[in-house]
Design a protein around this ligand. Sequence first.
Ligand SMILES: Nc1ncnc2c1ncn2[C@@H]1O[C@H](COP(=O)(O)OP(=O)(O)O)[C@@H](O)[C@H]1O
Ligand SMILES: [Mg+2]
Length: 235
Amino acid sequence: MLRVEGLSGGYGDVQILWDVNLEIEEGGITALVGANGVGKTTLIRTLAGALTPYTGRIVYGGKDITKVSQSKRAAMGIMMVPEGRQLYSGLPVEDNLVMGAYVRRDRKAVKKDLEWVYAILPRLKERRKQLAGTLSGGEAQMCAVGRGLMAAPRVLLLDELSLGLAPVMVDTLIAVLKDIQSKKKISILLVDQDVQVALGIAEKGYVFVHGHVEISGDSKSLLENPEIQKAYLGI
Ligand SMILES: Nc1ncnc2c1ncn2[C@@H]1O[C@H](COP(=O)(O)OP(=O)(O)O)[C@@H](O)[C@H]1O
Ligand SMILES: [Mg+2]
C-alpha cells in the first residue's frame, strides 16, 4: 500500500531518519514503536508530506509520491492524525471534523461521512457544538481521529494514539479503529509509545531505534522477543 525505501530525512542539517525501509500493508494495522525521541513523528510527518526527505522513495499504490505535496497526498488518501491532536481549540468539534475533508470536492459524501463519524464516535455527536479546546483528552483524541477519517483516507497515520489517555478511552478508540479498518479497508500506521498497545492490535510491527528500523516482524513474535520485552515491556 505504502512503502518507504531507503528514506533519510530530518530538519535542515539535523538528520533524524537513516535509511528507513518500511511497508504499511493494505487493509492492515502496522505498528511503529520505539522510545521517545527516536524519530517516529519525523517519519510520520515525512510520510504525510509535511517534511521533505533528503534521499529515498515513498511509493504509494505503485506510484512514487516522494515529491507530492501534503495536500495532494491527503487528496490521494494519505492522512495523518498528528501527535498532540492539533485541533482548532476555538472552533466547535463539528468544524474541526469538517476541516479534515478540506481536500475533498464530493460534498454529499462528506456530509454522509460526518454522520458516519458521529455514528462510530457518538460522543462527538453529543459534543458537536462544543469548542474543541474544552474537550477532555480522550474526546480531543476522538475528534482528531474523526477529523482524519473525514479525509476519506486509504492510509491513516496515527501518531501517539494512547498518550495521556485513560485505559478505557484507549480501549474504545482501538475498538473503533479495528472496526473501521476491517469495514472500510483503511490501512493504518499506528505509532505508540505503549508497545503493548501498539503490537497488541497490529499484525506487523517495526521497532525504531535512532531513526532507523532495528527489528521488524509479525507483532506476536515481536511481543515474544526477549530483547523487546527487556527494552520496552519491563519483563
Ligand atoms: N522542528 C525540529 N527541528 C529540529 N529537530 C527536531 C524538530 N522536531 C523534532 N526534532 C528532533 O528530532 C528528533 C526526533 O523527534 P521525533 O520525531 O519527535 O521523535 P519521536 O516521535 O520518536 O519521539 C528529536 O531529537 C527531536 O528533538
Ligand atoms: Mg512523536
